[in-house]
Design a protein around this ligand. Structure first.
Ligand code: GLY
Length: 566
């Protein structure tokens, strides 16, 4: 399979959204808010809040509605992470990342010559990990839902949207048309996502997903068992057999969502609560904020050459650590203490020159000894009581591996590409990894997803996250800095142009209007190489700023994201 073809369609999809030069005002609400990739999903969440549910109930309803209305990334066949701060002070982070099937092995993506087989970890049945989303959402609902709503009530909006269909937006019509040839490869995908008369989709067409509605009903009736055993699990196993994949009914039954210790840091008077391994997101976010805390960023000026230089140097060092040290903590001893240490961050920043780029070839991962005895979608929810939920879920690239489970109506992920197929060989996001993130049965691939809650004086201040592969972490950081250092309102903070750097390749990537000319020239003089981000715009941040006045929603103008409140 030709990777550049898919890069091309991803680029088209992302630049099809327009980034406006002036951001709209944030959406204001007094009681509760959901900001997600579709208006139907945000509305599903708000409906739960109005019925007496809490932010967790709303998050679960939103996620299931995204699985219907945002098929490129919302999912049943993928995975994700949830970061939550409850009004009673309880924090929890839930890992429902996909898992390598028991039949997986270290070199499964290498050909007979020992090279990475083009596209195998992305566009085949072998690309799919055991899905985690359903387990995670149900666990969160069961353990932390309000208890005021039944599972049937929480799934009702998604079931209705799938069974009766919904009118698609211009953005979804465009995306489905761009991916037409991707769907042709898989009969079930083609039957659902190509118009029955073969003509291009247009805004206002109705998308009906009957198989998906049936799967959602199984879940509503039997909970976890409705997905991980019985007819749905059997259909997944049959799909795998048909396409030469590895996931068995036993793999499905074995899948477990796991509570993980949250990663925590501070940035000035703010507390950062985020997702730990198997995501690299929270740890790298905190590490980079630690590195930048001592630099007077506000006085350097937003997106000035000095500002971008310091961000890039921090990013370079942090992503070098990611490549060496990070993987599934159940399989690899991740040196979190070092990665989160302010002292370590200061030592890393001491090697930064104020006016010269450090070539990435001269930057290596840190030595943990002195310190020790990762197309995706994000939504944010805050309820009236002050409960805050930050959730990022993914199929990896848009529509995952392109395989819809026959008779079950959902796409399977291609998350196995987030493993290091071979040490030092970049994945679809250009990320490299080593042994820490090698394929092993039962292991979860390293992620960059960074669902985050920033607290001030113990209360939610900003709920934030984004899709975007390797750029997720740096996008979340830039939005936090836009609010904290430059006092932007949340919509402006989300809409502001972004840049990204990740150690390798040794470049600064920018959005089309990311940096003005003299800033580019100054950065080039310092030794930085600047290239356009290959997929056009960077991320789609959905955030909520919690203030004493109420809730302000920032939905990213890079897509059709929707902030809905009441
Ligand atoms: N699949 C993108 C990530 O998890 O980082």
């Amino acid at each position: 399979m030709n990777r550049s073809f898919f890069s091309g369609i991803l680029l088209f999809t992302l630049i099809a959204g327009t980034l406006q030069s002036a951001s709209p005002d944030p959406v204001f609400a007094e009681h509760g808010m959901v900001v997600s990739a579709t208006d139907q999903a945000s509305l599903a969440g708000i409906t739960m809040l109005k019925k007496g549910g809490n932010a967790v109930d709303a998050a679960v309803a939103t996620a299931f509605a995204l699985a219907v209305t945002y098929p490129q990334a919302g999912n049943l066949g993928g995975g994700g992470f949830m970061v939550t701060h409850l009004a009673d002070g309880t924090d929890f982070t839930l890992d429902f990342r996909e898992m390598a099937p028991q039949g997986a092995f270290r070199d499964m993506y290498l050909d007979s010559t020992g090279n990475v087989a083009e596209g195998r970890s992305l566009y085949t049945h072998l690309a799919a990990g055991v899905p985690g989303s359903v387990a995670g959402l149900l666990k969160a609902f069961q353990d932390h839902g309000s208890g005021n709503l039944s599972l049937k009530e929480v799934l009702a909006p998604a079931i209705k949207l799938a069974r009766k269909g919904f009118r698609i937006s211009s953005g979804l019509a465009r995306t489905l048309n761009v991916f037409h040839d991707y769907f042709i490869r898989n009969q079930s995908a083609a039957e659902i996502f190509i118009r029955s008369d073969g003509r291009p989709w247009k805004a206002g067409d109705r998308l009906i997903q009957k198989d998906l509605a049936r799967t959602l009903k199984y879940i509503a009736k039997s909970g976890r068992e409705g997905f991980y055993s019985g007819p749905v699990a059997e259909k997944v196993a049959a799909e795998m057999k048909r396409g030469g994949g590895l996931i068995t009914a036993a793999d499905m039954a074995r899948y477990e969502a796991k509570y993980r210790e949250p990663v925590r840091g501070t940035y000035d008077s703010l507390e950062v609560l985020s997702m730990g391994p198997p995501s690299s997101g929270g740890a790298l976010l905190i590490q980079m904020l630690n590195m930048l805390e001592a630099i007077p960023l506000d006085s350097l000026g937003w997106n000035s050459s000095q500002y971008i230089h310091y961000l890039t140097e921090a990013e370079r060092r942090a992503y070098a650590d990611r490549a060496e040290h990070m993987g599934d903590p159940d399989f690899w001893d991740v040196p979190l203490k070092m990665l989160l240490s302010k002292d370590y961050a200061a030592k890393r920043m001491a090697t930064v020159s104020p006016d010269t780029a450090t070539p990435s070839a001269q930057v290596f991962a840190g030595d943990p000894l002195p310190y020790e005895s990762r197309e995706t979608t994000h939504f944010s929810v805050v309820d009236q009581a002050g409960n805050a939920v930050s959730v990022t879920t993914t199929l990896n690239t848009s529509f995952g591996c392109g395989v819809v489970v026959r008779g079950a109506g959902f796409f399977l992920n291609n998350e196995m590409d987030d493993f290091a197929a071979k040490p030092g060989v970049p994945n679809v996001y250009g990320l490299v990894g080593k042994e820490a993130n090698a394929v092993q049965p039962g292991k979860r691939p390293l992620s960059s997803m960074t669902p985050t809650i920033v607290l001030k004086a113990g209360k939610p201040w900003l709920v934030v996250g984004t899709p975007g592969g390797s750029t997720i972490i740096t996008s979340v950081m830039q939005v936090i800095l836009n609010c904290a250092e430059f006092n932007m309102d949340v919509e402006a903070a989300v809409a502001a142009p972004r840049v990204h750097s990740q150690w390798l390749p040794d470049v600064i990537m920018t959005e089309p209007n990311g940096l003005v000319k003299d800033v580019r020239v100054n950065l080039q003089r310092m030794g930085h190489q600047i290239i356009p981000y290959r997929w056009g715009y960077i991320g789609q941040v959905n955030a909520i700023r919690v203030t004493s006045d109420g809730l302000y929603g920032g939905s990213d103008v890079r897509g059709e994201n929707a902030a809905v409140g009441y």
